[in-house]
Write a protein that binds this ligand. Structure first.
Ligand code: ATP
Ligand code: MG
Length: 174
């Protein structure tokens, strides 16, 4: 039996906007496979050096892409990462950029115990819509969508919309 074609979905946005919360629940509801790039890199030690300023390892983007390429070609994957221009454009059928109000984001990141610099950099990243612009450059504009991610109601609404989109995509492509 030929397996059904399924879409690949990218969830991106500034750290703390709720990508992982949305992605994991979405995987539950759709049966798609959830992949967190941070965890994948950690497990495979897919790093290339260390960033002294941010005190974190630097992602080896080429190895991440190599590691995932076959799986992405098969389809049915939800990718979660706070960046988006490292992935091949052909991987994704739709891209969601989650957006959170500044004060809300500040509170979320503060509760993680982030340093003042990391807090300021991340909130500024959100204010400047850095990831949204990165997504609009890296992918066709018509597949890039912004989602409000401020409240539990937003989360539920986003889940319902994406589940519906996924079901429709599967119908249209099989
Ligand atoms: N829609 C929402 N409404 C209220 N709180 C939310 C919402 N989405 C996520 N949160 C909360 O915000 C915090 C950050 O969420 P999450 O860890 O999913 O963000 P993230 O985008 O994956 O961050 P990172 O890029 O650092 O991994 C969590 O405490 C989560 O419970
Ligand atoms: Mg996360």
């Amino acid at each position: 039996m030929k397996t059904k074609k399924r879409p690949n979905i990218l969830l991106t946005g500034t750290p703390g906007v709720g990508k992982t919360t949305l992605g994991k629940e979405l995987a539950q509801r759709t049966g798609l496979c959830y992949i967190n790039i941070g965890d994948l890199a950690q497990e495979g030690q897919l790093y290339d050096g260390y960033d002294e300023e941010y005190q974190c390892p630097i992602l080896d983007e080429d190895r991440v892409v190599d590691e995932l390429d076959e799986k992405m070609t098969d389809g049915g994957v939800i990718v979660d990462y706070h960046g988006c221009d490292l992935f091949p454009e052909r991987w994704f059928h739709i891209v969601f950029v989650l957006r959170t109000d500044n004060s809300q984001l500040f509170t979320r990141l503060e509760s993680r115990g982030y340093s003042v610099k990391k807090l300021q950099d991340n909130v500024q990243c959100e204010i400047f819509q850095t990831i949204y612009e990165e997504a609009m450059e890296a992918y066709k504009e018509e597949i890039v969508h912004q989602l409000s991610s401020n409240t539990p109601e937003d989360l539920e609404h986003n889940l319902e919309q994406i589940v519906q989109w996924t079901e429709q995509w599967i119908k249209d492509h099989n």
